[in-house]
Ligand binder design. Structure first.
Ligand SMILES: [Zn+2]
Length: 100
């Protein structure tokens, strides 16, 4: 399988480490719910079909990416830098001037 890194171009998937579902939300740092943290840290869904995953280009630019792919067909629909697509739950809302 070939993956096109936004920084490095087309590369073999072996250059990347896959860190799972990119849609999962980390509990708030002040959340004391043990089950919520346990699920976040240890429970890994294994979705079948198209979904988005975090990938780390460990043998390249070392950027975190979000890869939109199908786990059945291995078709890659898109790749983006994680910092461009992920909004941290505790991040302040951007003002219009910051959003430019
Ligand atoms: Zn890269």
């Amino acid at each position: 399988m070939r993956v096109t890194c936004p920084c490095c171009g087309e590369r073999d998937y072996g250059e990347f480490s896959i860190y799972g579902d990119a849609s999962r939300q980390r509990p708030h740092i002040d959340d004391t719910d043990f089950e919520a943290w346990y699920d976040y840290v240890y429970i890994r869904p294994n979705p079948k079909g198209r979904h988005q995953e975090f990938w780390h280009h460990i043998q390249g630019c070392r950027q975190w990416l979000v890869v939109d792919r199908d786990t059945v067909t291995h078709e890659v629909y898109g790749v983006a830098l994680a910092r461009d697509v992920v909004t941290l739950p505790d991040a302040p809302a951007a003002t219009p001037e910051e959003a430019k």
